[in-house]
Design a protein around this ligand. Structure first.
Ligand code: SF4
Length: 354
């Protein structure tokens, strides 16, 4: 696997982004931010789901003014998403852990200087968030909504901040399709060492967003590109976190948690494997140890897979084998296999140093 690009390490609250920090998962609330109760409730749901950093939209002053109360009730690092109005950024900068804004859409340079000064005072990083759907006119007119246009916008906004001596920057380059997204990130990556926030934006419903994000963000992660990411789903908050974590893990960029190996089933199937694997997935979701666990529907491939798995089930007719590190430790009736399997996985997890 390609090594990760060496990027600058910045901090969003207590979460490191870039450098050797683990790739963090971000999401965003959909409540009106000024509805403090609803926003805190959504942030807590994200926290419980395993999200590392949360972002809230700040479209109006009532939202900016609510940030203090929100921040007092949460422990996740908080990012304020600001467009156009520098006063919102100045208010938000008093309370949050990072500001997402693009200098190019704030206008007057003296206003940008004020935001940068406020961020410097509280040591807040800034995310430059380029979106293909809202490029500045000069880049849209010159390049269209292309990867080239996105990269030109990012470089322009980065230079704005660098000229003010500000370098605690992370950058995102999001488009609603995989092709432009991947091209833009790949194009910009060699040109600086700022950490990248990955995302395919407006990616659609759970099914399509999962496919698009797996292709796009997975390809980038395999290239060694990406320090933090959001999977954008028209759906529930927890789904974004779950899919993002799976992409990071299945790209080989995170080791924690179980890797479930299960067969697709065929006419040789000897048991209700779909139900068994769903139960195994649910009952091992809390395990942090990096274990390979295998649940296979008959002995044809099960023994081979079990040799490489930490713990395995090989189903047979009405019964099956439990194997640990390739050795058979029990032969049990079908209805006792999952319980014993989970027991062996939990025992193995206790022995793994994480
Ligand atoms: S392990 Fe057995 S049941 Fe599962 S796909 Fe292979 S042959 Fe079919």
């Amino acid at each position: 696997m390609k090594p990760r690009y060496e990027t600058k390490k910045i901090f969003v609250g207590n979460v490191a982004v870039g450098g050797d920090a683990p790739i963090s998962v971000q999401s965003m609330t959909y409540s009106n931010t000024h509805d403090v109760v609803a926003t805190v409730e959504q942030i807590n749901r994200l926290h419980f789901a395993g999200c590392d950093i949360v972002r809230v939209a700040v479209p109006a002053m009532e939202d900016a003014l609510a940030l203090k109360a929100i921040k007092e009730q949460i422990s996740l690092p908080l990012v304020a998403d600001i467009h156009f109005n520098y006063r919102l950024a100045l208010e938000a900068a008093k309370w949050v852990d990072c500001i997402r804004f693009n200098p190019g859409n704030i206008g007057d340079k003296s206003r940008i200087k004020e935001i940068v000064k406020a961020c410097n005072e509280r040591k807040l990083p800034i995310r430059i968030g380029v979106n293909a759907g809202s490029l500045e006119d000069e880049f849209e007119n010159k390049y269209g909504a292309t990867a080239k246009g996105m990269v030109a916008s990012a470089e322009y906004n980065i230079k704005f901040l660098e000229d003010l001596g500000f370098t605690d920057i992370k950058v995102s380059l999001k488009a609603s399709d995989v092709d432009r997204t991947v091209e833009a990130y790949r194009m910009l990556r060699p040109k600086n060492n700022y950490p990248f926030h990955l995302g395919v934006t407006e990616a659609g419903t759970l099914f399509h967003a999962t496919v698009k994000s797996s292709i796009g963000l997975g390809a980038l992660l395999l290239d060694g590109i990406g320090d933090t990411m959001r999977v954008s789903i028209t759906g529930e908050l927890e789904e974004e976190v779950k899919v993002a974590k799976a992409i990071i893990k299945d790209s080989g960029r995170a080791k924690d948690g179980v890797n479930i190996i299960s067969c697709p089933t065929c006419g040789r199937i000897e048991a209700d494997l779909v139900t068994a694997v769903a139960e195994v997935e649910r009952r091992t979701a809390h395990i942090k140890a990096p274990l390979d666990i295998s649940v296979m529907g008959c002995v044809v491939n099960a023994i081979g897979e079990a040799k490489h798995a930490d713990v395995a089930i090989a189903y047979g007719k009405g019964s099956g084998l439990i194997m640990v590190k390739g050795e058979v430790v029990a032969k049990l009736p079908e209805n006792e296999l999952v319980d014993r399997f989970i027991y062996e996985v939990e025992e193995m997890a206790k022995k793994v140093d994480i």
